[in-house]
Design a protein around this ligand. Structure first.
Ligand code: SAM
Length: 268
């Protein structure tokens, strides 16, 4: 059995010592799949051999960290989710703000990877509010455990194909600056987003959000870890707040009682 393999246990220990986080929160099936994929690439079949390699080769350990974090993401990932936000959630949120004369809008992208999600949120608000955006104090907190991913996010420079594949042309013209074979996020969009390192397994969460995006990260974690995170996210949201999950994700266990299902994607 892979789980009880001594080599696997040692790799896991080493990995989480470097991630400085609790290894029990991640599913073994997920970790084994990622580690095996890396081993296959190198033609190694024994966990202990791979453990010896990461012990003497720091670059390999870094590569493994990246493989485990898998920060795959894209602008406006799962377009149907964004259409639901634009047509239902944003109108309701802004109506609520107007009725109560509130001018602050606080959003958290809680596993932002290389930044495409928080920048998409900024574009969505900017498009929805138009000139009215000046009346609001919009701030988007974008956090991730992976510092390398955050560095890319902070630079806000992306290959041309990445941008052109998922961002409509009129938004590229408005919010990106061409830079050779790359695009840079324009300063007027960049100023709404603040990046910070944050581990979802930590106890102290930031609070007071209107919306929290937690997409495509909890799937790697155990049911217990997910429930705990959902409870903390609940406390981080304002009473009227919205929690946005990935397209195929649901809230597990007792934590589901804390939230009311607002909309299933596709039912716009
Ligand atoms: C697949 S990406 C999701 C990016 C974006 N939310 C999306 O849906 O496109 C998953 C991200 O979760 C981050 N992550 C994994 N464990 C984490 C933890 N304990 N705390 C914070 N971020 C974590 C990874 O570093 C990675 O960038």
């Amino acid at each position: 059995m892979d789980i009880t393999d001594r080599g696997y246990q040692l790799i896991k220990q080493e990995l989480f010592r470097h991630l400085r986080t609790d290894s029990n929160a991640y599913k073994d099936s997920y970790l084994i799949r990622r580690i095996r994929a890396r081993m296959r690439k190198l033609g190694i079949s024994d966990f202990m051999d791979y453990y010896r390699l990461i012990k003497k080769n720091k670059a390999e350990l870094d590569d493994l960290l990246l493989t485990v974090a898998i920060n795959v993401t894209e602008f406006f990932r799962d377009p149907i989710v964004w259409r639901t936000l634009e047509s239902k959630v944003l109108p309701e949120l802004i109506r609520f703000k107007k009725e109560n004369h509130f001018t602050t809008i606080r959003v958290w992208s809680a596993a932002c990877s290389t930044g495409q999600e928080p920048y998409s949120i900024a574009m969505m608000f900017s498009e929805f509010l138009g000139q009215d955006i000046k009346r609001y104090n919009l701030s988007i907190l974008a956090t991730d455990i992976d510092r390398e991913a955050l560095n890319i996010a902070i630079k806000g420079v992306y290959p041309r194909e990445t941008v052109e594949k998922s961002v409509p042309k009129h938004l590229i013209r408005k919010y990106f600056l061409p830079m050779g074979d790359h695009y840079r996020i324009s300063p007027q969009l960049r100023r709404y987003v603040k990046f910070q390192h944050f581990n979802l397994l930590s106890k102290e969460y930031p609070k007071g959000f209107d919306m929290i995006f937690i997409r495509n990260v909890l799937i790697y974690m155990t049911k217990e870890a997910q429930e705990e995170i959902f409870r903390r996210l609940y406390d981080s949201l304002e009473d009227h707040g919205y929690l946005i999950l990935g397209k195929t994700e649901t809230i597990l266990g007792d934590a589901s009682k804390l939230f009311k299902l607002y909309s299933l994607v596709g039912r716009v």
